[in-house]
Design a binder for this molecule. Structure first.
Ligand code: FPP
Length: 253
């Protein structure tokens, strides 16, 4: 049921999440950091479920960043296996709920082939689903995404680059820009997440550590979003939104 203080007509279509604070949650309990990630899985699927029930169309999470390779080798190994196990353990349930799973990020040699296969399988299994699109940013960096886009544009011999050219070369050109980006754990940074896509997103920062973040916290973040006035550089209302991505007349190209 929709919480009474949320406006059903203004549920964000795309919510993206930086699930931060797993390590600190575990350290506060004298547990290994990896226990924090395990606890974070529960939060992730509670919040995904709540978003789905609210009618959110796109839900994106930062599962592993291009910078996360710098963590201790044990933690990196854990995170690789952890992601694989989540995919294996959850894909059927997500498929039955008509959720479409997609991935954004670099598929370089550091990503184990087996994990790449699992990602492809999960995406293939759910590709025709028409419910919420759950995008997992894995080995993802916003700068890397832009570098990869520019490289492909150069390789294609394009002479005139517009905003639309760049947008068409991102990892998932169909993914709409996030309306709301949530970062947990009291950190006020973007940390290389969706740099291009979040140009006009509303950012909501929560002090709650990710493993403690649940559906009520999601509702609070959406309430904060609904209380904001999105102007897209204009003077009011979302009318200017389309201009935000296509202000160059040549963008019609
Ligand atoms: C940040 O906490 C969290 C991560 C690096 C990983 C979170 C990943 C998941 C919950 C699983 C996602 C997997 C799939 C397949 C969707 P941190 O370790 O940076 O916490 P800290 O800032 O307290 O150290």
């Amino acid at each position: 049921m929709l919480p009474s203080d949320l406006d059903p007509g203004r549920i964000p279509d795309h919510i993206a999440c930086v699930m931060d604070g797993n390590g600190r949650w575990a350290e506060q309990r004298n547990l290994p950091r990896t226990e924090g990630h395990t606890a974070g899985e529960q939060s992730l699927f509670e919040v995904l479920d709540a978003a789905d029930r609210l009618g959110v169309g796109w839900f994106t999470v930062y599962a592993f960043s291009t910078e996360n390779w710098r963590r201790p080798v044990d933690e990196v190994q854990f995170l690789l296996r952890f992601n694989e196990e989540i995919l294996l353990g959850r894909q059927q349930e997500l498929h039955e709920r008509d959720i479409r799973i997609r991935f954004i990020g670099r598929r370089d040699r550091r990503v184990p082939r087996r994990l790449v296969r699992r990602m492809d399988e999960a995406a293939a299994l759910t590709r025709d689903n028409t419910g919420l699109t759950f995008t997992i940013a894995f080995n993802y960096g916003g700068r890397a995404e832009l570098v990869d886009a520019v490289q492909r544009i150069v390789d294609g011999g394009v002479k005139r680059v517009t905003e639309k050219t760049i947008a068409r070369h991102l990892y998932d050109p169909e993914m709409p820009d996030p309306d709301l980006v949530i970062r947990t754990s009291g950190e006020y940074r973007i940390s290389n997440f969706l740099l291009w896509e979040l140009a006009y997103s509303e950012l909501v920062f929560s002090d709650v550590l990710w493993p403690d973040f649940g559906r009520e916290n999601l509702y609070e973040a959406i309430k904060e979003y609904q209380d904001r006035d999105r102007r897209y550089g204009g003077v009011g209302g979302p009318a200017g939104a389309s201009d935000a991505s296509g202000s160059d007349p040549a963008d019609t190209a």
